[in-house]
Design a protein. Structure first.
Length: 501
């Protein structure tokens, strides 16, 4: 899985807006147009949900990598039949979408609809960070906005039918409302969560007779009521099945925002430097995330690509990340120092300098408090350059855990600040929940865990969050903290057995 550099003649561009950074191998006008449509979509969501339009900090935009086609997306994802994906991170969320793909049809979702769907997830996670949403609504809300169509005259169509979900209704509703609203994502299946979740969301938004039901239902969910009890706000389940079927047969309306309602928004575009182009493939792989084995396989190619550009800070940061992922802490530190020498205000340079030194200190079993304090100066330097950068705050907190040093109020505040800057990051949210349990704040921890436990994609975090909530409810906060420690200890041992550095 060697990661070879992109050819130097590639016309890679970077487009920046208030909420996005887009990287694409395309003509400047095409990249600018794509980025501007994304920014207009963000403004649309803010307009419809009454959210402020202030831009994100420079460290926290969503970075979108536009790759050649769907097969390139699937290769990055490491699994087939993936047309696009999004990874929520406090240090800057990332998305990968194809440039060349069939337009949306009855059987295929278009590239723009994929990104609108994924960005809607980001918007929800970022702006309603403390709300717990059931899986069907998380996906139904994203499917509601995914087919949004921006017309050449500047008008925008909202709530268009997701025709690529039509096959799911060939034999009626995919699942019963009782199953869908019962909260068991496995029983509901993909068609239930996505297709019927979309249909139910659409009906609750557009059917005037249902006004207020969705809000009452979400209030009940977030008050801690059992799923089916909360669902009473939507009516009796069998009647809801009949109403959904009738709504689908009637044909679904959608709304159109007139021209000028969502204005054109500014975009700045620049051509990437040759070194940035050479490191683009490495950067994509690193930002997607790699296993230790994958990292070791790709680091040689990263070194070759970076070698001609020792004074390019972006190149050296990308190399530092690749070396760090491979467990090469001395090499990562050297690359980070080159990045800082080339750009004294390189936040990521200081970030990887600190992370590399933490990794080396852990490997060397360093216990000297003075050495750990010196290591943390890198994270403090990054924070001094940009105090809205979340990742240095997270790593500052984790350095105390790594050293076995008692946590201070300032350390805990740094972690909470990171969460507020990047509430969409489930890993940071889990750290905050554990920290709250450690402080004896079980009720706050339970609230922090809710959005993870209800996540539609049931990963390890979701399963652990659900277990911790159940433990808090049954046995209290100390028992939940013990379970978290047991689970994270097992995770570290598993990672070590897999060859993690």
């Amino acid at each position: 899985m060697a990661c070879w550099p992109v050819a130097a003649h590639a016309e890679w561009q970077e487009a920046r807006t208030a909420h996005f950074v887009v990287y694409s191998d395309d003509k400047p006008a095409a990249v600018s147009h794509f980025a501007e449509r994304l920014e207009r979509f963000d403004r649309l969501l803010r307009h419809l949900t009454n959210m402020p339009t202030s831009p994100t900090g420079p460290a926290n935009p969503v970075t979108v990598y536009v790759v050649d086609d769907q097969s390139a997306v699937a290769s990055l994802a490491g699994r087939a039949n993936v047309a696009g994906f999004y990874i929520p991170r406090a240090g800057g969320s990332v998305a990968f979408v194809p440039r060349q793909m069939v337009q949306e049809t009855a059987n295929a979702i278009g590239a723009e609809a994929i990104l609108f769907h994924e960005y809607t997830h980001h918007f929800m996670l970022s702006n309603w960070a403390d709300a717990a949403f059931p899986a069907w609504f998380v996906e139904g809300f994203a499917e509601f906005f995914g087919p949004t169509r921006m017309k050449p005259d500047g008008s925008i169509e909202i709530g268009r039918p997701a025709m690529y979900r039509a096959d799911a209704f060939a034999d009626g509703l995919p699942v019963s409302s009782a199953t869908l609203l019962g909260g068991n994502a496995n029983k509901s299946g993909v068609d239930g969560i996505y297709a019927q979740g979309w249909l139910l969301t659409h009906m609750l938004v557009f059917d005037a007779s249902r006004k207020g039901q969705l809000g009452s239902y979400m209030d009940a969910i977030n008050a801690g009521k059992p799923m089916l009890e909360a669902a009473k706000a939507l009516g009796e389940p069998r009647q809801l099945d009949r109403d959904l079927s009738a709504y689908m047969r009637r044909g679904m309306r959608y709304s159109t925002l007139p021209t000028g309602m969502i204005p054109d928004l500014p975009v700045t575009v620049r051509a990437l430097r040759p070194g940035e182009v050479a490191m683009m493939r490495t950067q994509q792989r690193s930002k997607k995330g790699v296993t230790p084995e994958q990292a070791r396989q790709m680091v040689s190619a990263a070194r070759r690509a970076a070698a001609p550009y020792p004074n390019d800070p972006a190149v050296q940061v990308a190399l530092a990340e690749a070396e760090y992922d491979a467990g090469n802490y001395a090499e990562a530190e050297a690359a980070a120092r080159r990045a800082i020498a080339a750009d004294a205000r390189s936040v990521d340079g200081y970030l990887y300098l600190g992370m590399a030194r933490v990794g080396a200190a852990q490997a060397g079993k360093v216990t000297d408090p003075a050495q750990w304090r010196d290591i943390r100066k890198s994270f403090l330097a990054a924070n001094g350059i940009d105090n809205d950068a979340a990742e240095p705050l997270v790593e500052f907190y984790k350095s105390y855990r790594a050293a076995g040093t008692p946590l201070t109020a300032n350390t805990r505040a740094a972690l909470m600040r990171a969460h507020l800057l990047g509430p969409q990051d489930p890993d940071v949210r889990m750290l905050v929940a554990a920290d709250l349990l450690d402080q004896g704040k079980a009720a706050d921890a339970r609230k922090m865990l809710g959005p993870i436990a209800y996540a539609p994609h049931r990963d390890d975090n979701a399963a652990l969050a659900a277990t911790l909530i159940a433990t808090i409810d049954k046995d209290g906060g100390p028992a939940a903290l013990a379970k978290w420690r047991e689970a994270t200890d097992q995770g570290r041992k598993a990672a070590k057995g897999a060859g993690a550095g």
